[in-house]
Design a protein around this ligand. Structure first.
Ligand code: HEM
Ligand code: HEM
Length: 344
């Protein structure tokens, strides 16, 4: 099936492209997304300066956390907290609370307005703002929150899940691609290449499984539903097919190994199915980049900003790498590989 192009130069270009892709995804995750967090401790990036305390998420510095307890200290952070609370203390001491209570009581004593078609709640609060100044301000804040169809993923996903793209790209795509190219790029005996091929695929598979687990973990911790997107469905298909492909390859070509007839019958299917799974993985990674960037742009990321360009170019480089892996399969391996597809 080999076309008359030598595989070696193609694999060199592919290795170079792989290095660029790996650097780009790391720069993105480390430089723009706050690092490779397994435990999503950098959720404070999501909530802009909030920290986890025994009482839940609070603005940074409010509850100094000492040895996991909520004991307040007289340290810097408590002073900061006290400063932050000054406004609240003034408010309580000035007796404004009582005013609000009166305001609320008289609001609750109001006669309920009967339902009418053209009732405008905003203009009601505007008209009555003099009578209920505090409640009107609260109502304005609440009513101004737009009803949105943007998934909570978009609303809060400004950090988090940084591990997923890194593991999927460097693991499944790059190491998986190197496993495929090892048959054409290395001038070694067939048996040795077979072991390299299966070990690299095993590493790719394991990193892929951990990467997908990281995505589920992040979703569950952030109360975001699972498996709602095309990307996630294709992702499950990719990882399942990859696992099946690996197991079948291992059992038929390595241990215990099928009969000679079964091996030579299986090999073209192994190559065809292997290429299909790999192409699907590359396409799904591109969808993943697109999806993540869309979430980020929905939550305010500049469309032509440096991060948006970086993510788009990482996807382009990923596709380029995938293409070179496929070219290597279609091209001619080293001379002693003339018995390629002999399924030894
Ligand atoms: C072949 C590689 C990849 C596979 C097999 C894969 C698989 C998956 C799976 C199964 C989920 C669903 C998790 C859940 O429902 O809880 C998911 C989620 C996600 N992945 Fe990937 N992924 C891959 C590459 C990428 C890449 C490179 C990115 C780039 C940023 C990415 C971004 C995302 C995002 C944003 C989500 C959450 C939204 C959603 O569930 O669709 N993925 N991925
Ligand atoms: C998910 C895992 C796997 C994928 C995606 C995959 C994919 C591929 C592809 C695309 C090729 C063609 C390479 C080329 O001709 O340049 C190939 C060849 C081959 N693979 Fe796999 N493979 C996987 C796992 C395995 C395993 C576990 C074995 C067990 C030893 C194996 C044994 C072989 C053999 C013997 C060849 C033939 C090489 C030749 O004769 O030229 N593969 N594989």
């Amino acid at each position: 099936m080999a076309i008359g192009v030598k595989a070696l130069p193609i694999t060199f270009v592919a290795h170079a492209v792989a290095i660029v892709a790996a650097i780009m995804v790391l720069v993105w995750c480390l430089g723009f997304r706050g690092g490779l967090a397994w435990e999503d401790t950098n959720k404070n990036l999501i909530f802009n300066g909030w920290q986890k305390s025994p009482r839940g998420w609070v603005p940074s510095g409010i509850f100094p956390i000492r040895g996991g307890s909520s004991t307040r200290s007289t340290g810097d952070s408590y002073k900061k907290a006290t400063k932050w609370m000054t406004g609240f203390n003034d408010y309580v001491n000035n007796g404004d609370c009582a005013v609000v209570a009166d305001e609320l009581d008289s609001y609750l004593d109001e006669k309920v307005i009967s339902r009418m078609e053209d009732f405008n709640i905003l203009s009601w609060w505007k008209t009555n703002a003099n009578r209920y100044p505090t409640l009107a301000r609260i109502a304005r804040d609440i009513l101004a929150i737009p009803i949105t169809t943007v998934a909570s993923e978009s609303a809060f996903n400004t950090s988090g899940r940084v591990l997923h793209p890194v593991l999927m790209l460097i693991g499944l795509i790059i190491i998986g691609g190197e496993a495929i190219m090892s048959y054409k790029g290395l001038n070694l005996r067939k048996e040795v290449k077979k072991v390299i091929h299966l070990v690299l695929h095993a590493i790719a598979l394991i990193l892929g499984i951990i990467g997908i687990y990281a995505a589920f973990k992040y979703h569950n911790e952030s109360a975001i539903v699972n498996l709602y997107s095309l990307h996630s469905w294709l992702g499950i298909a990719v990882i399942s097919l990859y696992g099946i492909q690996w197991l079948y390859g291992f059992v038929i070509f390595f241990y215990p190994g099928g009969s000679t007839g079964l091996r030579s019958e299986s090999l073209p299917w192994h190559v065809l199915f292997g290429l299909f799974v790999y192409i699907l993985a590359v396409a799904n990674a591109a969808i993943g980049f697109l999806e993540k960037l869309t979430f980020l742009e929905n939550s305010g990321l500049a469309k032509y900003g440096s991060e948006a360009l970086l993510v788009n170019f990482t996807a382009v480089i990923t596709i380029l790498y995938g293409a070179f892996v496929i070219f290597s399969v279609a091209s001619q391996g080293p001379a002693e590989d003339d018995y390629s597809y002999s399924a030894i």
